[in-house]
Design a protein around this ligand. Structure first.
Ligand SMILES: [Fe+2]
Ligand SMILES: [Fe+2]
Length: 203
């Protein structure tokens, strides 16, 4: 598993477990955004054949995840919420922009980090949730998300020197860790646990 700078406390699982429909809605929207982000990278880099082929597969898989998660949400009587801005994803892109070396490299490394964080959260949910249906859903998505994370790391190394990628991964991993540590709680896949005035991490 990709190293993360700030590991999530299991207390986060207990808190999201109290609001499963909100978590499922947020998670489904994350899958939809992941598919859209893969498609946008393809459209911006049409000449990069390995990227086009790899991300076409990622996009299809993210839509399949969306279909499964939204199916569970609907079966439980829930409905998708609005796709609001995410303090996590937006914060990460903002942090990358402040120290940008190359936009494609940053998009690949940020995507790699988001997959890594999602994988960490899926693992926690699969391990600690008492709701067996949801625990199994998260467990069953892990292999696919681990494959996405590995693909983003591979694509970064396909187009940039290893030393440059390793340095940027370390820089953005530190930014990601600091960001997730300061986010407050919301029933969202990428929320934090920090005490704060108002939790507004609905993504
Ligand atoms: Fe996914
Ligand atoms: Fe993914």
């Amino acid at each position: 598993m990709f190293k993360l700078d700030h590991l999530t406390d299991a207390k986060w699982v207990a808190r999201v477990a109290a609001e499963p429909l909100a978590l499922l809605s947020d998670h489904a929207l994350c899958e939809l955004k992941a598919a859209a982000s893969a498609q946008s990278l393809i459209a911006k880099n049409p000449e990069r054949r390995e990227l086009v082929e790899g991300l076409a597969e990622v996009s299809v898989e993210e839509m399949e995840h969306f279909r499964r998660v939204v199916g569970v949400l609907h079966a439980r009587g829930g409905t998708l919420g609005p796709a609001l801005p995410s303090p996590y994803a937006d914060g990460l892109h903002r942090a990358a922009k402040r120290s940008r070396f190359d936009q494609l490299l940053d998009r690949l490394v940020v995507a790699e980090l988001i997959e890594a964080r999602s994988l960490e959260r899926f693992h926690l949910l699969a391990t600690h949730l008492e709701d067996r249906e949801l625990a199994e859903l998260y467990g069953s998505l892990m292999a696919s998300e681990a494959g996405h994370q590995a693909l983003f790391a591979k694509l970064a190394r396909r187009y940039f020197p290893e030393a440059v990628v390793v340095r940027r991964e370390a820089e953005l991993r530190a930014e990601e860790g600091a960001l997730i540590a300061r986010l407050t709680f919301a029933p969202c896949m990428h929320s934090g646990l920090a005490p704060g005035p108002v939790a507004s991490d609905r993504a």
